[in-house]
Design a protein. Structure first.
Length: 73
């Protein structure tokens, strides 16, 4: 279900429920995650490598919005 396309009443009820479960700060992050995951980025190429790269990488695997909202929090 795409929460960003739902009616305003649905969004308000969902936000109130999330505030009760997670608190206001984490709820804001969860709302931002909904909109962030719909964002399209024009550049589909690899990110540039910093000049002093160590060769180490960090990968984040998760379930989309869940991973984003947890890191944002």
């Amino acid at each position: 279900m795409d929460y960003t396309q739902q009616k305003l009443v649905f969004k308000i009820k969902k936000a109130i429920r999330y505030i009760g479960l997670y608190g206001p700060t984490r709820t804001i992050i969860k709302v931002q995650a909904q909109y962030h995951m719909k964002k399209e980025f024009p550049q589909k190429e690899a990110l540039p490598v910093p000049p002093h790269a160590t060769g180490k990488h960090i990968g984040l695997l998760g379930c989309g919005k869940f991973a984003y909202s947890n890191i944002g929090y």
